[in-house]
Design a protein around this ligand. Structure first.
Ligand code: COS
Length: 381
């Protein structure tokens, strides 16, 4: 693995950083407070190439690869996850279409997913299929040139706002995981409806909503890849998705560390800035080391994927470690702010609430540990 960051990567990091400072940071608290989804920002990230980071250039994407995508997402997440959170899911879903879709599907969907005209969402989870994703009950029955989809998907990021939903449903209920197929369901499809919008602890600028499929007719050509392979596509997509979640967590943690260090330099107690006290210095040093450890784990998993190697275990490790780190670092940042940290006058409490989601989303950290343990105990000699 090469530790030299290229000129192109440096330029993209700078671009993402200045975009976050100008277009996200000044507004993020108010978007979160008012629970408003800033769709116009998605158009702007599209102009910068951040919506098609994992889409091939032939289809209008910027084709940055996993590692560079991670570098961009980290910068977008430093002030909070309002934008990076759903952008991570959008890029994961678009990449799944690019990887497994027919040429026709790629031509139809990828260019608009890359520009910002269309926002993508990933619909796997159901009420009885969370950690046990293979237990999903949604069905897809072929009738002529259509599949008729029925079922309820919950906790869908960008639910109600997205233009395309990648929906996993059973085409064959008798064959378990091998009966699951993946479909692209477009906004406006008859029978595509939206249920409850979740009232969440954080990440409220981005809606999380139930997606209801009531005899939803989807053209047969919207089947992704082969019938029966949908679970594998979803799991492979989540390998990459977990890298995106992990780097978003690194961004939140770095943001909280920056805030805490700045505050410690200016907050005076006992006649000195609190940064002069070793107790605070050691906390900040531990936070910085933990963030760097997490970042390097994410880079390694991303590097493996860029090399075309399997990164299931490394992505699970990175996701688990980075989101646990993010929870600890953001909590310590609140601690350094003391009473002020517990108020909404400073951003650290929001970062802490957002960090919690990382430990749950895209497979709980218990599931990540299960993936790591399986590899250790069942696969390695
Ligand atoms: N990439 C490609 N294929 C994969 C894969 C991966 N990362 N992980 C599993 N598969 C394949 C397996 O190879 C297997 O196919 P074969 O029988 O042909 O070998 C199939 O998928 C089933 O795998 P497995 O038996 O491991 O499935 P389990 O039901 O035991 O589930 C876990 C495995 C628990 C790891 C999976 O259900 C999971 O990740 N759960 C969390 C779900 C999640 O992340 N939800 C978040 C939704 S998006 S917010």
């Amino acid at each position: 693995m090469n530790f030299n960051i290229t000129e192109e990567q440096l330029a993209l990091i700078e671009l993402a950083k200045s975009f976050a400072q100008k277009e996200i940071q000044p507004h993020i608290a108010s978007w979160e407070e008012t629970e408003s989804f800033p769709r116009h920002v998605f158009n702007k990230t599209g102009e910068l190439g951040f919506n098609g980071m994992l889409i091939p250039g032939d289809y209008g994407g910027s084709e940055l690869g996993r590692l560079t995508t991670a570098m961009v997402l980290e910068e977008l997440a430093i002030c909070g996850m309002a934008i990076s959170g759903y952008l991570a899911v959008h890029n994961m879903t678009a990449n799944c279409v690019a990887t497994y879709g027919s040429v026709e599907l790629r031509r139809r969907f990828l260019p608009e997913l890359a520009t910002g005209e269309k926002l993508a969402a990933f619909a796997l989870t159901e009420a009885n299929a969370g950690s046990d994703a293979a237990n999903l009950e949604s069905s897809a029955e072929k009738k002529g040139n259509y599949y008729i989809l029925n079922g309820n998907k919950i906790f869908i990021t960008s639910g109600g706002e997205a233009d395309v939903y990648l929906v996993m449903a059973k085409t064959d209920k008798s064959t378990g995981v091998k009966g699951i197929s993946a479909f692209l369901v477009e906004e406006g499809a008859p029978g595509l409806e939206f249920g409850k919008k979740e009232n969440k602890m954080g990440f409220n600028a981005s809606p999380t909503r139930e997606v209801v499929l009531s005899n939803c007719a989807v053209p047969a050509s919207n089947l992704l890849g082969q019938e029966g392979d949908g679970f594998k596509y979803a799991m492979h997509a989540l390998d990459g998705g977990r890298i995106n979640t992990a780097i978003t967590a690194v961004g939140l943690a770095q943001g909280a560390l920056n805030e805490a260090a700045a505050y410690a330099r200016q907050r005076v107690q006992f006649g000195r800035p609190i940064a002069a006290f070793q107790g605070i210095q050691f906390m900040l040093a531990d936070m910085a080391m933990a963030v760097q450890q997490a970042r390097l784990m994410v880079y390694y998993a991303a590097f493996l994927m860029d090399e075309g190697k399997s990164a299931t275990t490394e992505a699970a490790m990175a996701k688990c470690a980075a989101t646990d780190t993010s929870m600890k670092v953001t909590t310590d940042a609140v601690q350094i702010f003391g009473g002020y940290g517990y108020t909404r006058d400073y951003p650290v409490e929001r970062l802490m609430r957002e960090a919690k989601l990382g430990q749950i989303v895209e497979g709980t950290n218990q599931i990540q540990r299960l993936v790591v343990a399986r590899d250790l105990l069942e696969k390695q000699p």
